[in-house]
Design a protein around this ligand. Structure first.
Ligand code: HEC
Ligand code: HEC
Ligand code: HEC
Ligand code: HEC
Ligand code: HEC
Length: 458
């Protein structure tokens, strides 16, 4: 052992390598123990430190050892000659150390991959870039599904590709050359069949789904109205024909389209049915044989569910949800109108609540004042409005209202089902309300009707 140590001390490069490796190893073990004792939830930087930085330092130290021995091999020979008379047990020592090294690097490597796949790594390490999307993912149905499940495929190829583009993205963050905002749509995403269908089943016939949407007026009474729909989810039937909304996910159906811009406007649509009959829809009067330039995209899950993992809200929908949930009280007159006005203004990220409270106070002052007894409600409302603003608006990334449109409702469907896209016979894509849903109540405030659906009128 002593001789092994004297070997490590034989020159300054090797010695530095040995010290660096030992320190990194001790720090790594200490961090592992710390993480084990304190459970998950440790900060993003601890993970970055423990699973990326320390292992890199560890390997760097190990590499220095043979380099030093190589550079100073003349000196080494002289020293070894002195020690020659006694046998060196260097082989077993080296063997033990190699096992320790492999175990350390292996554990660190495994943990590093695991850690880099976590939502926390994707969402918080590069702050300004991914933090907005991360914040928009926390209340999504897929909140507990790792970003990489949708964004990176399985297998070595996808992993390497992701890490390579990851390096480019790290450079983008380091040199501040990345796009603001991160553009949508994402053209490099895999096919939905490879993403969503790992967990969902395209042919599944979904039960009709009751959807209750509460809305409120901009009037002083913040009058509630409710929409109740029975969504005809549908799917693929026994005879392989499609039905309902997920008719679109039927394997025999091909709907392809060309869109200029961010897929918000659709210019040209081709529908090929199971029998191979083709219909082309264009905006009024345009020649169907002239397909506009641009990507011809076959429609899949993501053309409707385009923000499944994270979504930006729309201001009125977000305020309506907060009022329905009681976070913004209807006892505050005209609060919807004032909240919506506040959401359009720029706020500091620190202290947004206080600033918005000031704005609402001013609105009430101009409106003839607010009952002092409602002070607590006003403070709670200001907090709720601030939360909505902080979640959805990120000036540092140029994310404003509407940067990430969500196509799951009329906004998405009416890109085609608007009655404006006509085929050669002048027929439009069906705009029949009942194909997609039964409208059970529209803007209703009729209590008896709503109670039938278990909705207690406010
Ligand atoms: C359930 C699947 C899913 C999960 C989970 C998911 N995403 Fe996405 N993400 C998508 C899809 C689909 C798009 C592409 C939208 C398009 O092309 O229209 C997208 C787009 C994006 C974009 C581009 C901007 C935009 O909104 O279109 C960013 C940035 C992004 N995702 C980051 C993340 C981060 C960070 C996480 C984890 C916190 C995450 N995603 C989790 C499916 C997912
Ligand atoms: C790793 C598995 C996984 C992947 C990949 C995945 N999902 Fe999901 N998805 C789930 C689970 C689990 C739920 C149920 C969540 C719940 O009910 O809280 C769900 C729920 C949903 C819902 C219902 C949301 C609601 O409001 O009830 C939709 C829509 C959906 N997923 C679409 C998609 C789409 C589109 C993709 C591909 C971009 C996708 N999912 C990818 C696991 C996954
Ligand atoms: C034509 C647009 C469209 C396409 C394409 C589409 N969906 Fe949907 N999907 C919807 C709508 C609309 C709803 C109902 C949303 C609601 O209730 O608000 C829905 C509901 C769902 C739900 C929840 C209901 C249930 O039965 O569990 C899941 C999960 C889902 N879709 C997954 C998928 C997957 C996976 C694909 C691709 C194979 C897909 N969807 C393709 C429009 C679409
Ligand atoms: C890219 C264009 C496009 C978009 C976007 C689109 N559809 Fe369609 N949809 C079609 C075409 C084309 C047909 C077939 C022609 C027809 O039925 O008139 C169709 C048919 C349907 C049908 C009838 C299926 C049947 O049984 O005949 C339903 C239901 C439907 N779509 C629901 C939706 C919903 C809900 C959305 C939005 C979430 C949506 N579609 C978005 C193009 C589109
Ligand atoms: C191509 C399919 C399609 C057609 C056609 C269609 N809708 Fe819808 N509608 C949807 C989808 C998808 C949603 C979103 C459901 C949700 O929010 O979960 C929706 C939502 C609604 C809502 C609730 C909006 C809210 O946020 O409160 C109302 C009301 C409504 N539709 C009425 C109609 C009426 C009336 C017609 C006919 C003139 C019609 N729709 C035609 C697909 C369609």
């Amino acid at each position: 052992m002593q001789r092994f140590l004297s070997l490590l001390r034989s020159n300054w490069i090797t010695a530095t390598g040995a010290v660096v490796t030992t320190l990194a190893f001790m720090a790594f073990v200490t961090t592992l123990v710390y993480v084990a004792l304190h459970g998950g939830g440790h900060g993003a930087y601890l993970g970055l430190f423990a699973f990326l930085l320390l292992p890199a330092v560890f390997v760097f130290g190990i590499v220095l050892v043979p380099i030093g021995l190589l550079v100073f091999r003349g000196q080494l020979r002289a020293r070894m000659a002195v020690l020659k008379d006694k046998p060196m047990r260097i082989v077993p020592v080296l063997g033990v150390l190699t096992v320790v090294n492999l175990a350390t690097v292996g554990t660190a490597g495994y943990e590093a991959v695991h850690y880099m796949d976590s939502q926390q790594f994707c969402g918080t390490v590069c702050h300004t870039v991914m933090a907005p999307t991360y914040g928009m993912s926390l209340d999504a149905p897929h909140a507990k599904i790792a970003c990489v499940e949708c964004h990176i495929g399985p297998g070595v190829g996808a992993f390497v590709q992701a890490k390579l583009s990851g390096l480019r993205q790290v450079a983008g963050v380091a040199f501040d050359t990345h796009a603001r905002p991160i553009p949508t749509p994402v053209h490099t995403l895999r096919d939905a069949s490879e993403i969503c269908e790992n967990c969902h089943w395209a042919a599944k016939v979904g039960a009709d789904r009751l959807v209750v949407r509460e809305h409120f007026g901009d009037d002083a009474a913040v009058t509630p109205v409710t929409n109740v729909l029975l969504m005809k989810i549908g799917g693929t039937l026994q005879d392989d024909s499609g039905t309902g909304i997920h008719w679109h996910a039927n394997a025999g159906v091909e709907v392809s389209f060309v869109s200029t811009g961010r897929r918000e406007q659709i210019d040209w649509i081709r529908y090929v049915d199971a029998q191979g009959k083709e219909r082309i829809f264009t905006l009024d009067g345009e020649d169907p044989s002239k397909r506009p330039a641009g990507e011809l995209r076959r429609m899949d899950c993501i053309d409707c569910h385009n923000q499944p993992g994270h979504h930006q809200q729309e201001p009125d929908a977000a305020v309506d949800m907060a009022i329905a949930a009681g976070r913004i009280s209807r006892q505050l007159p005209s609060i919807r109108k004032f909240a919506l006005a506040a959401l359009q203004k720029p706020w500091p990220r620190d202290g947004a609540s206080a600033a918005i409270l000031g704005d609402l106070e001013q609105a009430y002052a101009q409106d003839g004042g607010l009952d002092e007894g409602k002070r607590g409600l006003l403070e709670a409302a200001a907090k709720a409005v601030a939360d909505i603003w902080l979640r959805n608006v990120h000036p540092d990334m140029n994310i404003v209202w509407g940067t990430y449109p969500n196509f799951i409702g009329h906004r998405g469907c009416m890109r085609c089902h608007d009655g404006q896209h006509l085929d050669a016979d002048g027929e439009s894509i069906s705009a029949d309300c009942s194909k997609c849903h039964a409208v059970l109540a529209e803007k209703s405030s009729d209590p008896t009707l709503l109670r039938q659906f278990g909705v207690e009128p406010r």
